[in-house]
Design a protein around this ligand. Structure first.
Ligand SMILES: [Zn+2]
Length: 314
């Protein structure tokens, strides 16, 4: 079903602005002084106040949600690496194509803070690798790390803030153990979130049910302790699900209820809209940020050809 095309605010009536008028005395007046007319407050033009649409795509609340998947932001071979230059180019591409960042939790709660005409991109970072966030000796975010690059980009693109979802391994938070809490604090203060990627990154399909429960429950408890409020989301390591995947729909562990608002895969293309009844919250696809056919870059570039219509905020 096609949604009606939203008309732009240009169809609204214009109000001409009133500029101060100078009254000059006609010749023959006693003096040639000029007198200012009574001050009149300028009325802003209607188009100045109307919200500007981020893209000219028509509203589409049933469109696809693009979930980008990153691992290392540094030089390296293979699909797990994205160089800083490529990461910067990705940010530019998302921005130009009208995508704006939302958290995994916001997507699943169907509370995506998007401007009219914008489409969501969920920026996810797996494995808490050191290149995702580092601090300099003076405690600043290293501009060469992913978060540093994104912060720099957000300075000139304030409507693309550092709102990312970090699927972490609580035992190895971006290297240097002493800085872990400071990095968590920084990420949360910027509006990013931490999410579950298990304790030891096992192949869950090779684990017993008891081991699966230990891995995901303990990670949830660690996220709570780090100050990350729930409900948490989970990305399964290697994209592999437990043999009894229904475990992930909820269970009790050490007297506490463990559940997820969503479980993410490691591949699979654009995800379904939170409004789509066919969205399977326990198997949400993502797209690797790589130079391959099945990459987010490729999916975004094919939007123009009409393949995969993205979610567009009315
Ligand atoms: Zn991983």
């Amino acid at each position: 079903m096609k949604l009606a095309l939203l008309k732009l605010a240009s169809s609204l009536g214009r109000t001409s602005s009133l500029s101060p008028v100078l009254f000059a005395c006609a010749t023959g007046c006693g003096s040639h002084q000029t007198t200012k007319a009574p001050a009149v407050k300028a009325v802003p033009k209607q188009e100045d106040t109307a919200p500007k649409r981020v893209s000219n795509r028509p509203a589409n609340l049933m469109g696809r949600v693009y979930v980008a998947e990153y691992h290392h932001i540094r030089a390296g071979r293979g699909p797990m690496f994205r160089t800083p230059k490529q990461f910067r180019a990705d940010l530019n591409l998302y921005y130009k194509m009208g995508f704006r960042p939302v958290l995994a939790s916001e997507y699943l709660a169907n509370k995506m803070p998007l401007a009219p005409g914008a489409s969501p991109v969920v920026m996810t970072f797996d494995d808490s690798n050191p290149s995702q966030i580092q601090l300099t000796k003076t405690g600043e975010v290293d501009p060469r790390s992913a978060v540093g690059i994104w912060m720099e980009f957000a300075k000139t693109h304030p409507d693309f803030p550092v709102h990312g979802t970090f699927f972490v391994l609580p035992g190895s938070l971006w290297g240097k153990k002493k800085q872990a809490k400071e990095k968590v604090k920084l990420l949360l203060s910027m509006g990013s979130e931490l999410a579950n990627h298990t304790m030891s990154h096992p192949f869950l399909n090779h684990c017993s049910d008891a081991k699966v429960k230990y891995e995901v429950a303990t990670c949830n408890f660690r996220l709570d302790a780090l100050g990350q409020p729930g409900p948490h989301t989970l990305a399964v390591p290697y994209g592999e699900f437990p043999r009894h995947s229904s475990i992930l729909k909820g269970f009790t562990y050490k007297g506490k209820q463990v559940e997820f608002s969503g479980v993410f895969m490691a591949w699979g293309g654009p995800a379904r809209s939170p409004n789509d009844p066919k969205l399977n919250r326990y198997k949400i696809p993502r797209m690797m940020a790589v130079n391959e056919e099945d990459s987010i870059e490729n999916y975004i570039k094919t939007i123009k050809k009409g393949h995969y219509k993205p979610y567009v905020q009315p």
